[in-house]
Design a protein around this ligand. Structure first.
Ligand code: GTP
Ligand code: MG
Length: 207
């Protein structure tokens, strides 16, 4: 997909404050610091569109971007950020869960997982919740440049085996690096094809 335009729309503290849900929307989610904002920038080939940081917890609001004046890309706050109070963490979780369950135009959620680690409880729980809630999602491994290729493959296979303990069918899986600009094109291809499918089947989100 050619990115002709990519613009920041707004930051929202509640799902009710998000832009009108009249265009297909794709959202990036995952643990704080997993690389959501970096991958959005790399994929769109825009350096500082989504704000990134070495300090976890940078993205604390729901950030909407409009791409080619035709679909929304959403940068969600990271879950499981340890350095805030329990109450604040629960508030974040509520914000994220409410957004996911109530956003009518949300077509697909990209769940980002750091490719370097073995499966973590917090991610597995989130994936479990998506599956049980019927939320359409894909899995995106990030920071693959930090691993030797054979280790990256091994970690992905290991993750699949973990998911197969619960699920027979696995979601789409992407292996990416924002640093090396790997994998973003595959995600954009999926979005383009999905948008085409929606148009061909006259799916709209207007009231
Ligand atoms: P929050 O907004 O805090 O939830 O974080 P985030 O998930 O948006 O992460 P962000 O994109 O801000 O990246 C966190 C850190 O990881 C930054 O220091 C990035 O430079 C680094 N990083 C992100 N993606 C990659 C990658 O593909 N490779 C490498 N080597 N570093 C990355
Ligand atoms: Mg971020």
């Amino acid at each position: 997909m050619v990115i002709k335009t990519a613009e920041f729309v707004k930051s929202s503290g509640k799902w009710q404050e998000c832009p009108e849900p009249i265009l297909p929307e794709y959202a990036f989610i995952g643990r704080s610091n997993v690389g959501k904002s970096s991958l959005i920038n790399a994929m769109l080939n825009r350096k500082d569109l989504a704000k990134t940081s070495q300090t976890p917890g940078k993205t604390q609001l729901i950030n909407h971007f409009i791409i080619n004046e035709n679909w929304y890309l959403t940068d969600l706050p990271g879950y499981g950020y340890a350095k805030v109070s329990k109450v604040q963490r629960r508030e974040f979780e509520k914000l994220i869960n409410n957004y996911i369950l109530n956003r009518k135009n949300l077509v697909n959620l990209f769940v980002l997982i750091d490719a370097r680690h073995s499966p973590q409880e917090i991610d597995l729980e989130f994936i479990q919740w998506c599956g049980e809630s019927g939320v359409p999602f894909s899995i995106v491994f990030t920071k693959s440049d930090k691993l030797k290729p054979n280790i990256a493959i091994k970690n992905v296979e290991n993750y699949k085996a973990e998911l197969h303990k619960t699920w027979e069918d696995l979601p789409e899986i992407y292996v990416t690096s924002a640093e090396k600009k790997i994998g973003g094109d595959e995600i954009l291809k999926f979005i383009r094809e999905t948008n085409e499918f929606l148009v061909n089947n006259s799916v709209t989100f207007e009231e």
